[in-house]
Design a protein around this ligand. Structure first.
Ligand SMILES: NC(=O)c1ccc[n+]([C@@H]2O[C@H](COP(=O)([O-])OP(=O)(O)OC[C@H]3O[C@@H](n4cnc5c(N)ncnc54)[C@H](O)[C@@H]3O)[C@@H](O)[C@H]2O)c1
Ligand SMILES: [Fe+2]
Length: 407
């Protein structure tokens, strides 16, 4: 047996937990940099956070220019505006884009250099300013993960900085902050959370060698990640459609935030795979959200991957009470994939890459672009070469999952 987890020092989950942020920041020092976006900065809840910090004797500098999907310019803009304010900690509050910005800024404030210096795995040379991550969407799990995803417009692609040093010091998951998410955002961020959990649970298990966690940031399927992935899958099935149907459903909002947190705990160590690799070029070509992209792709990727580990997909069916023990592994694993596709269709996730807005004739570019995300490709349960990527892309473009069934 083998398990591994790399997580924040402290994780808090529950309605009202955000009120601890001032006291937590005070323990880290006298000055904090707060990274957010223009939407949240206008809200009373943000004014309350600033008042809480002030009451705890913490001087705060606010950067509220984060742009969704985190173009590299946002990061440079934030760092340029810091001047001689020397923060002792960084607070990232908002969607995944704000948290990822805070992660990269804490690297740059500690180690200097260009953002691109830190692309890839293990390029951050040492500890960074302690980060308090506060998500306002239920999706990315970035509040607990060792990765930040950046849109490098010069290279024309999304690219990751992956290092255990950028795992936030503290994650504060307060579902009350997600009550304002509109339906489309609830749906696509929830699809992202399910993609994290499924890709973590079905990722390739590597031989449990002692140096595994030293050699890879994302180490593949293992018992401790699996535990969190199962919790995430169960809660997405229970609550995602409910939260989309009624954004005021507090229990559904809570259940969904627990799901995205648990999915982050799972994939933060095990990693994700082909659906995430394919979303990079697809997002670039279609200018659609990360969640809509991985949601559109996930059923096709699962269909392609099923034969590599049908047992894992069948276990996920069991987690959400689909089918029964009398069914064959083959039947039950297929049922899980069909139900994920149905769940996503029911909440408005595009059913194909064409429906997502990808033009015809881009399949080759998408397949070749996805192969460049090596840390994701090597984590996929079935080996991926250009032909395999192209098969998935063509089926996902046409909306024909059956074409992948017996490949
Ligand atoms: N680091 C990781 O582990 C990780 C994992 C998955 C995705 N990501 C990245 O995270 C980003 C996506 O993050 P996201 O899906 O959370 O969205 P986001 O941060 O890009 O925000 C999208 C929009 O939603 C708005 N928003 C956020 N919270 C809201 C709320 N409570 N109410 C109303 N509007 C709200 C934002 O203001 C913004 O306009 C992408 O860049 C993706 O690549 C990172
Ligand atoms: Fe994701």
């Amino acid at each position: 047996m083998f398990g591994a987890l790399r997580l924040p020092h402290t994780i808090l989950f529950g309605g009202g937990q955000r009120h601890v942020i001032g006291a937590a920041a005070a323990r880290l020092g006298r000055r904090t940099l707060v990274c957010t976006d223009g939407r949240l900065a206008q809200l009373p809840v943000f004014a309350e956070l600033l008042a809480d910090l002030a009451a705890q004797g913490v001087e705060a500098k606010v950067y509220d220019g984060t742009i969704p999907d985190l173009p590299i310019e946002s990061i440079k803009d934030c760092v340029a505006g810091i001047g001689d304010f020397r923060p002792d900690s960084v607070i990232g509050i908002g969607g995944g884009s704000c948290i990822d910005l805070a992660k990269v800024v804490s690297v740059l404030l500690t180690h200097g250099g260009e953002v691109s210096t830190y692309y890839g795995e293990f390029a951050v040379p040492g500890p960074v300013l302690p980060l308090i991550a506060v998500p306002t969407t239920s999706g990315t799990g970035s509040e607990v993960t060792p990765v930040a995803v950046i849109l490098d417009s010069g290279r024309g692609t999304k690219i990751g900085i992956a290092s255990p040093y950028i795992i936030p010091h503290m994650a504060v998951c307060d579902p009350e902050l997600t009550m304002t998410c509109p339906k489309g955002l609830t749906a696509c961020s929830g699809a992202d959370a399910l993609a994290h959990a499924v890709e973590a649970y079905t990722s390739k298990a590597r031989p449990a060698e002692a140096m595994l966690t030293e050699q890879h940031v994302f180490i593949g399927k293992n018992l401790l990640s699996d535990h969190f992935a199962r919790l995430a899958v169960a809660n997405v099935f229970r609550y995602l459609a409910r939260a989309c149907a009624d954004g005021g459903d507090v229990e559904a909002r809570e259940g969904l935030m627990l799901a995205s947190l648990a999915a982050g705990c799972a994939f933060g160590t095990s990693g994700t795979a082909a659906a995430h690799a394919l979303q990079y070029p697809v997002g670039n070509l279609t200018h659609t959200s990360h969640g809509d992209g991985v949601g559109a792709l996930l059923p096709y990727v699962m269909q392609f991957n099923r034969s590599a580990n049908p047992q894992a997909f069948a276990e996920l069916a069991e987690v959400v009470d689909l089918g029964d023990a009398g069914m064959s592994v083959d039947q039950r694993s297929q049922l899980f994939i069909d139900e994920v596709a149905a769940l996503f269709a029911g909440i408005g996730i595009p059913r194909s890459l064409a429906a997502l807005g990808l033009g015809a004739g881009h399949e080759q570019d998408v397949a070749a672009g996805a192969l460049k995300a090596e840390r994701l490709v090597k984590n996929n349960p079935r080996p991926l070469d250009l032909a395999a990527m192209l098969n998935i892309t063509q089926a996902a473009f046409a909306g024909e999952r059956a074409a992948l069934r017996d490949l």
